[in-house]
Design a protein around this ligand. Structure first.
Ligand code: NAP
Length: 408
């Protein structure tokens, strides 16, 4: 009997709750030790959803944390992983998880909830702690030398019996997820701290490989999550490329790097809507539709993108919104940020090759005005060859920047 489908037959079952960002040998050794020491039939790992205390600090997405937990536990027949918390909408509370598990297993099944002692020490601030300890035994796994006196004091004060808790010291828990994330971000080895499959996953997906402090901010994480749903995979990769290139250009030309990143990330947020949806949204946001925008509705995505960035993504910075709004047409007298995003869009690494791409990149690294003039000239010529109408803003922009065109 060793799979989750047997849940009804278990007499003892442990839920292993944690963020697992990422899962490591400390977690695995802890779960296996508890299983053996307390004679538990099966351990169900549940990567946490959105617990109220973790709104600011999580870094890898839910799917990554889930998949890494699956990879790490795959070779242990006594371990399983549940998506229960990451699929549950809204805030996640352990009491709801335990109730859900309780409803699936037999009435006489003894339930355990294993987690780190530091997390368990906060139990009195969790939802319905008194009910929680009635439904399951809490197993707090500790690093060596953990001082239990404070938690006993807090439990007694809250009227919870310390016998609701079992403490187990697990030396391997000196490994920590925070340390692993920090190591990855500065290029240090994480070998032997976690299963090789998880290490490979982290490397392949470049998790925790943050170059800039803002990449782990909740607003950016949320934006990435939404874009992931709104854009095709190809477009999503493109937006990441534009964000990175925009940061590089901002660094070279002395613009705000974080604003450049944000504008690059969101520049195409409205791109993958259908023509009909785009035109409907233009109506909603009061974007005036001239003949060109009606016939080439794709051109609206930049104007719409700025509105969505404000409305859906909470961006209020006018400089960032301007860089999104004019990234396709350009305009006369662009701000530094507008030029940067306009240009990065041409040559980010996943962009398909076209004549002129090398020159645009080279000019962009040297002089923004020359690069803008060259790109406008090139784009207008190309669109005319395709019999497309040219947006007046682009024509006005070329007129404005033509003095910066490179000498032929
Ligand atoms: P955390 O604050 O990220 O972790 C606190 C400490 O405990 C860290 O040192 C962590 O080490 C360790 N830890 C966490 N889970 C562990 C595990 N399963 N085994 C061994 N060590 C572990 O805590 P968290 O991960 O967010 O929360 C732990 C559990 O408590 C989750 O299931 C969460 O949903 C639950 N929780 C519920 C509520 C609520 O219901 N209101 C509130 C808070 C937490 P690493 O960083 O190395 O993992």
């Amino acid at each position: 009997m060793n799979s989750l489908s047997d849940i009804k037959n278990y007499k003892t079952l442990a839920v292993m709750g944690g963020t697992f960002d990422p899962i490591h040998y400390g977690h695995l050794v802890a779960a296996e030790t508890v299983r053996q020491e307390l004679n538990i039939e099966h351990v169900l790992f549940i990567p946490s959803g959105r617990p109220p205390h973790k709104q600011k600090t999580r870094v890898a997405g839910d799917e990554h944390r889930y998949l890494m937990t699956v990879l790490a536990t795959a070779n242990n027949p006594y371990f399983d992983v549940s998506r229960m918390e990451i699929d549950r909408p809204g805030m996640t509370y352990t009491i709801d998880t335990i109730k859900e598990i309780r409803s699936q297993c037999s009435e006489d099944c003894k339930l355990y909830f294993i987690t780190g002692a530091d997390a368990a020490a906060e139990i009195i601030s969790w939802k319905d702690p008194h009910e929680l300890v009635k439904l399951c035994q809490i197993v707090a796994v500790t690093r060596p030398g953990y001082d239990k006196s404070k938690i006993f004091y807090e439990l007694r004060k809250a009227g919870i019996s310390p016998y609701s808790f079992t403490f187990l010291e697990v030396p391997a828990l000196s490994i920590s997820s925070t340390d692993i994330r920090n190591r990855v971000s500065v290029g240090k080895t994480i070998r032997y701290l976690l299963p090789e499959s998880v290490e490979q996953y982290i490397n392949k997906l470049k998790l925790y490989n943050y170059q800039h402090y803002w990449e782990t901010e909740p607003m950016i994480t949320e934006i990435n999550k939404k874009l992931h749903y709104m854009l095709s995979p190809k477009r999503f990769v493109h937006t990441q490329g534009v964000a990175d290139e925009s940061v590089k250009l901002a660094k070279i030309h002395g613009a705000d790097e974080k604003k450049a990143y944000l504008a690059g990330l969101l520049h195409d947020c409205a791109k993958d809507f259908s023509s009909k949806e785009k035109l409907k949204m233009c109506d909603k946001y009061g974007i005036e539709l001239d003949e060109i925008l009606v016939n080439q509705s794709d051109l609206t995505h930049a104007f719409l993108g700025a509105e969505l960035a404000r409305d859906m993504f909470g961006v209020t910075d006018e400089e960032v919104l301007g860089a999104i709004r004019y990234h396709t047409t350009g305009k006369p007298d662009m701000t530094k940020l507008e030029k940067i995003v306009y240009l990065a869009d041409f040559f980010e690494p996943s962009r398909q090759y076209f004549d002129g791409i090398k020159e645009i990149k080279q000019y962009a690294y040297e002089d923004l005005d020359t690069a803008v003039a060259f790109s406008l000239d090139h784009t207008i010529e190309y669109n005319r060859s395709k019999n497309r109408l040219i947006h007046p803003l682009s024509l006005q922009a070329l007129e404005y920047y033509k003095g910066s065109l490179p000498k032929k």
